[in-house]
Design a protein around this ligand. Structure first.
Ligand SMILES: [Zn+2]
Length: 379
């Protein structure tokens, strides 16, 4: 098992892992501290890597909102551990994961797919339980013990492990169920609707259904179905109180406004990965909320242009036009239109737009590159 696999064990969508035997639990606290220090070091290295590659979405309002929500849940844990921190990764896959040092990463692809704050609270609460219960440490120790026995080819111990009959996959499944069960209690205590935990898993299920049709893999479906079943049972048995909307940090459609930066970032991330369906869907949603941002129309233009077949670029041009109509000085739209016209062989139009770009942004780093196109227009 690589470090990377180990650390992402506690993603929202349970990963399918190889079966590794599990030895009897080790409660030696000194050993736990040593293992936890090692895991925290791996976590810090991976977190530094994420930051260096500029994969994190930086938005002060969104950060504040997520921090407030996490604090509201955390208040009910009465834990003495350092509180969790939330960060947003620009990636269209609908996922979230928790590092053993309390740093929780939410993908823009998860945020952009949620319908309300209750679902977001459940996603965070689930990850919070993984941290509180130190599930990564448990999985780490069990995988180490398993692989050590294979390495030493220690028949006597191996028999003991097999006799115990618990595999790492079983352990992971039970930690997922615990994170759901206790996460559910956390959101209910914070005033969120427990029924939305089902909503969250249904969203994940419908997305993975789509993806698995494409990838022809069935790995996550049985686990998600089992988790759904257990959540329904827990809700039926516990009779969590129905809370008032006023207890939310933001209510109703305002939820989308709170997470808007992640919808835009997700459209951009999906576009960079060539996932045009997501890119188009999310940029249209963003524009419905923010119909006056030239940058959003410019991104929509790029998405239409890059994803269009056979040179049907009318929608792309209309988007760039709209960006310019909103802000006559919005240079990137002139540049994009100039290059589209150039590639289509409309040299006069290309020249006008590229010249306008240079006039508006004379200090642009791309000045040299655009001048090259301009001289080709004049040939
Ligand atoms: Zn989980």
């Amino acid at each position: 098992m690589t470090k990377r696999q180990l650390i992402v064990v506690f993603a929202l969508l349970a990963l399918c892992l190889p079966r590794v035997s599990l030895a009897a639990g080790n409660n030696n606290s000194q050993k736990n501290t040593g293992d936890l220090n090692r895991l925290n070091q791996i976590a810090r290295d991976q977190q530094a890597d994420l930051e260096q590659r500029s994969l994190l979405l930086q938005d002060a309002d969104l950060d504040r909102y997520l921090t407030e929500l996490a604090q509201k849940l955390w208040a009910n844990t009465h834990s003495e551990l350092p509180p969790i921190q939330i960060r947003v990764v620009r990636h269209p896959a609908p996922d979230a994961y928790m590092y053993p040092n309390g740093v929780c990463y939410l993908h823009t692809g998860l945020l952009a797919n949620l319908e309300n704050e209750d679902q977001l609270a459940m996603a965070i609460a689930h990850e919070m339980i993984h941290y509180l219960r130190q599930h990564t440490l448990l999985a780490y120790q069990s995988s180490l013990q398993g692989s050590r026995s294979y390495l030493l080819n220690d028949t006597q111990h191996k028999n003991t492990f097999d006799h115990q009959g618990r595999s790492l996959a079983d352990l992971l499944q039970s930690t997922e169920l615990q994170a759901d069960r206790e996460g559910l209690a956390l959101i209910a205590a914070a005033g969120y609707r427990s029924s939305e935990s089902i909503g969250l898993l249904n969203i994940l299920k419908s997305i993975t259904d789509d993806q698995e049709t494409k990838a022809a893999s069935k790995s996550t479906k049985p686990i998600l179905n089992h988790r759904l079943e257990q959540l329904r049972l827990a809700i039926a048995n516990q009779r969590y109180p129905a809370p008032a909307n006023s207890q939310k940090i933001v209510a109703g459609t305002d939820f989308y406004v709170a997470i808007l930066p992640s919808i835009l970032a997700n459209a951009r991330a999906a576009s960079q990965m060539g996932d045009w369906e997501i890119a188009r869907h999310d940029i249209e949603r963003y524009i419905r909320f923010r119909p006056d941002e030239p940058g959003a129309y410019c991104l929509r233009g790029e998405i239409f242009y890059k994803s269009a077949a056979n040179g049907q670029h009318d929608k792309a041009l209309a988007s760039f036009d709209r960006a310019i109509a909103l802000n006559r000085q919005y240079a990137p739209a002139y540049r994009a239109m100039g290059l589209i016209y150039f590639k289509a062989g409309h040299m006069e139009k290309a020249r006008n737009y590229l010249q306008a770009y240079i006039d508006i942004a004379p200090e642009s780093a791309e000045k040299k590159y655009i001048h090259k196109y301009l001289s080709l227009c004049n040939d």
